[in-house]
Design a binder for this molecule. Structure first.
Ligand SMILES: [Mg+2]
Length: 282
């Protein structure tokens, strides 16, 4: 992270923002809390297979899922089955593959299904062409694919990313997007995390929406709640549509704890700690 990134990033969550959220939710009918998984709820680890929900975070998510008037959704780039297994909580809405796989409906939108052969073809080609690159993993998530660069030697990452872009460009109906040490292959379908958030907002029109996420694909989610200043960026980067940010997943846990207390108090008068350190560990 550079100093410039921090300068251009939105302000840290402060007491004023928490008070505003508390007041809005108290006036409204409830809270719609949408969260990304990796880098947001679960700390980033070298091997994505090792990513887990910290115990305290899980406990707070469960309390929120059980709270009246709180709707919780986890919206991830992971495949839906993988995401469900890792979160493993009931009364939560799950959306995988950046929202193309909806847990509630257990079906894939037709437009996405039509593009599956194209994604498959890119996966097959990349598995062949990148087979000799050490540490490179091509994850087939069926509707999308992720090429993981974290294990690839630093001096070869740019070359691998270029190979993914070139291969995807040679197949009709797919495009790539880049995140933290990953390149994603996605169908040319206008469905993303924002689409899921909009559907949830339609289903819960009186809930105050928040979207918490860390990566570029989360911008879609931030835009879907920007009319209510509900985007919370985890980490720091410029060019975001989030309204505020928190430093990392451990502060997301604190934010969830504050929301649990607020939900218990009907959001009316929840203390926010000191103005300098509104989210502090107990
Ligand atoms: Mg993430």
């Amino acid at each position: 992270m550079t100093g410039t990134d921090a300068d251009d990033a939105p302000p840290l969550v402060d007491a004023a923002w928490l008070r505003t959220v508390g007041e809005r939710v108290a006036e409204a009918d409830g809270l719609l809390l949408c969260l990304d998984f990796d880098g947001t709820l679960a700390p980033i680890v070298d091997d994505p297979d090792d990513a887990t929900l910290p115990r305290e975070t899980r406990q707070r998510l469960r309390q929120l899922a059980n709270a009246p008037d709180v709707t919780v959704a986890v919206v991830s780039g992971r495949e839906l089955s993988d995401l469900r297994e890792r979160v493993d909580l009931e009364d939560i809405h799950y959306a995988g593959n950046h929202g193309m796989e909806l847990g509630d409906e257990a079906r894939v939108p037709d437009a996405v299904a039509e593009h599956q052969p194209a994604v498959r073809s890119v996966v097959d080609r990349l598995r062949e062409s990148l087979a000799d690159v050490p540490g490179c993993r091509v994850e087939d998530k069926h509707l999308t694919a992720t090429v993981h660069l974290r294990g690839v030697p630093d001096d070869r990452q740019a070359e691998v990313a270029a190979a993914v872009r070139d291969t995807a460009a040679s197949v009709d109906g797919v495009h790539t997007s880049e995140g933290k040490a990953i390149v994603e292959v996605r169908p040319d379908v206008d469905l993303g995390k924002g689409w899921v958030v909009e559907r949830l907002r339609d289903a819960h029109p009186d809930h105050v929406p928040l979207f918490v996420g860390d990566d570029v694909t989360d911008e879609d989610g931030f835009r879907a709640v920007s009319d209510r200043d509900g985007g919370v960026l985890v980490g720091s980067r410029p060019d975001t549509d989030a309204t505020v940010r928190v430093p990392g997943p451990e502060t997301v846990t604190l934010l969830l704890g504050w929301l649990v207390e607020a939900a218990t108090d009907s959001f009316a008068s929840t203390p926010v700690g000191s103005d300098d350190a509104p989210l502090t560990p107990k």
